[in-house]
Design a protein around this ligand. Structure first.
Ligand SMILES: NC(=O)c1ccc[n+]([C@@H]2O[C@H](COP(=O)([O-])OP(=O)(O)OC[C@H]3O[C@@H](n4cnc5c(N)ncnc54)[C@H](O)[C@@H]3O)[C@@H](O)[C@H]2O)c1
Length: 276
């Protein structure tokens, strides 16, 4: 149903995790992939898995990278149908008062600054594929709820959501759509579940998220393939919460016997202040 043959898709941070899942999803649907990845080993692995993809080893934080990537996209396809701004990281899980000014700047740039620069650099190529081209920004459920010790990350993700809505208006007359994907905890190297959740706390994992499990990269891929497709041709400035119902639950979980509760059930995998 979703045929991306002849379409060019750029995914930032496509070596592992959500970006890799999204890249694989588009590749399976016939798209030409360009993948920007900082880690050479991850780049080699995704290049081996997706032999038709152009994998560019680069740092999206580097001010020269967006223009170099735009040149590459121009050479490969002459236009860009889908930009997936996926790179992002909480970087420092610390109380706001413990962050230095440089750390604040770093978190903002990793999550928001580079995304703005990449989007600006890709706009001329998205225009060449318009109408019908689109931008997908990966935000987070933390753009829509609070998270302790990641306040600047949450601010950056909420900033992306605001940027998405306003840019969607600016580009709508040209037929370029802009949308977000907002994941809840998804099993990736950044948020590896086998590290985050100690074995003694796993017995009731199926009760924490309404749909009974944490996310997988392919969950975000499904949302991305939909958002970039003609099925979403009247969807812009919007967000899909790929969260198993977590945002709707807003703290509600089920007990081991299946009752709904807002009483915390487990300890041992929470965010802690260093030294406490
Ligand atoms: N995993 C989650 O639970 C979760 C939840 C909410 C939001 N997100 C968001 O989803 C996105 C992807 O998260 P993930 O968990 O898959 O991350 P990840 O760290 O597992 O993977 C990110 C990929 O991007 C690459 N990368 C990192 N910095 C780069 C740079 N400067 N230039 C080029 N490549 C770079 C990494 O090498 C890696 O391959 C992020 O924006 C993150 O904030 C993730």
């Amino acid at each position: 149903m979703l045929d991306y043959t002849g379409k060019t898709v750029l995914v930032t941070g496509g070596g592992v995790g959500i970006g890799r899942g999204i890249a694989e999803g588009f590749a399976k649907a016939g798209a030409k992939l360009i993948i920007a990845e900082i880690d050479p080993e991850r780049a080699a692995a995704v290049a081996a898995a997706l032999p038709d993809a152009e994998v560019v080893v680069c740092d999206v934080l580097d001010r020269a990278t967006p223009a170099l990537l735009a040149q590459r996209v121009e050479q490969v396809a002459g236009k860009l149908d889908v930009l997936v701004n996926n790179v992002g990281h909480f970087v420092h899980a610390l109380p706001f008062a413990m962050l230095s000014g440089d750390q604040v700047d770093e978190i903002l740039d990793v999550n928001l600054g580079q995304l703005l620069r990449m989007t600006g650099a890709m706009l001329p190529l998205l225009r060449k594929a318009a109408p019908g081209s689109s931008i997908i920004n990966v935000t987070s459920i933390e753009a829509y709820r609070g998270i302790p010790y990641c306040s600047v990350y949450a601010a950056a993700k909420a900033g992306i959501a605001g940027f998405t809505k306003s840019l969607a208006l600016e580009l709508a007359p040209e037929g370029i759509r802009v949308n977000d994907i907002a994941p809840e905890t998804t099993d990736t190297p950044q948020v590896a579940l086998d590290v985050m959740i100690p074995p003694e706390n796993r017995a009731n994992m199926d009760k924490w998220i309404p749909l009974g499990r944490f996310g997988r990269p392919e969950d975000c891929a499904g949302a991305a393939l939909y958002l970039a497709s003609p099925l979403a041709s009247w969807v812009t400035g919007s967000a899909i919460h790929v969260d198993g119902g977590a945002l709707a639950a807003a703290g509600w979980t089920r007990t081991p016997t299946g009752e709904w509760t807002v009483v915390p059930m487990v300890s041992g995998n929470g965010l802690k202040i260093p030294g406490q």
